[in-house]
Design a protein around this ligand. Structure first.
Ligand code: GLV
Length: 312
């Protein structure tokens, strides 16, 4: 069985191969552009952002594995073979890392870590009262999939009150959950720190813009770990400058890497991180995908399938 890989650049191939060798020794793992691979012999593909049309040129492909939790970069391919299962990569380590990152981001806002970093860069002893105790503010999590639910549990473990919002209603013990467009205003009005963990779908693109930000309590914090396409960055900057937002932790951007002249880099209330919220190790991802392939070969159901009617 052949698996072709396009994720992490060709320099990542040895690590992918070594990782798969441990968990799926029978799998022949090859680089996407390997000219010695017969396209008709390829069974599976593991990709992040395949060039449009390339997957459709693999005539015996049986399933596509995204190398991340979000498959929006794969869906941009107009020729994507839509009849094939497309699996999102959500190993337990991805949800754990995301939960850790969200906790770190919320705590950073509560301590104004950005202000401390700016002062340290100037060797300045800038003693100030941290703006709030994290446990005194309600965190609103948008997106209650595996990552959102892990973040909810970990924040609650820190004693931080949490509410949630999702496309379809979720039930999480001890957490007030809101759903759909009708539930959004009441959710936003209570979200003193808003965390975006949504997938990028036609419904969510451009959501984090002035109309939404204006519904948050004044001085709210923002943690953006969804996709750059969710946000209108000038609106976030305007909300920060007007005091409607007190701070923003932005991990995702419309253009990545974020261009060096983007004002987010130097804004005193924005912390920029390089799409680093939750990147599970290749080893963990290989284990997850090998397990999926084994299930698929046995005719069992695949987990975390992309569903077109849902958009993710
Ligand atoms: C990263 O953004 C992912 O989708 O896993």
């Amino acid at each position: 069985m052949i698996l072709v890989v396009k994720s992490g650049g060709e320099q990542a191939l040895p690590e992918w191969r070594a990782s798969f060798a441990e968990v799926a020794p029978d799998l022949d793992v090859r680089w996407w552009d390997d000219a010695t691979v017969d396209p008709a012999a390829v069974d599976y593909a593991l990709v992040w952002d395949p060039e449009p049309g390339r997957l459709a040129a693999l005539p015996r492909l049986r399933a596509i594995f995204g190398s991340g939790a979000g498959v929006d970069a794969i869906l941009r391919d107009q020729h994507l073979p839509k009849h094939l299962p497309l699996v999102r990569c959500v190993p337990p380590e991805a949800t754990q890392r995301m939960g850790e990152f969200v906790c770190w981001a919320v705590l950073s806002l509560s301590k104004d870590a950005r202000r401390m970093a700016i002062a340290q860069a100037k060797c300045a002893w800038d003693a100030f009262d941290p703006p709030f105790a994290a446990a005194a503010k309600t965190v609103g999590i948008m997106g209650l999939g595996a990552m959102g639910q892990r973040a909810v549990a970990m924040l609650r473990g820190l004693g931080i009150p949490v509410i949630g919002w999702s496309r379809s209603r979720k039930t999480i013990e001890g957490v007030e959950c809101f759903a759909g467009p009708r539930g959004l205003p009441a959710f936003l009005a209570r979200s003193e720190v808003l965390v975006c963990l949504l997938p990028a779908t036609p419904e969510t693109v451009g959501l984090i813009a002035a109309p939404l930000l204006g519904q948050l309590p004044p001085g709210a914090g923002l943690v953006q770990v969804g996709r750059g396409a969710h946000q209108v960055l000038p609106d976030i900057v305007a909300a920060l400058d007007a005091g409607q937002l007190s701070g923003a932790m932005l991990d995702v951007f419309e253009t990545e890497p974020l261009p060096s002249d983007n004002p987010a880099w130097t804004h005193p209330r924005i912390t920029v991180t390089p799409h680093a919220a939750s990147l599970p190790s290749r080893h963990e991802r290989a284990r997850y995908i090998a397990d999926c392939i084994a299930r698929f070969e046995r005719g069992e159901a695949l987990p975390n399938l992309y569903l077109p009617e849902r958009g993710y």
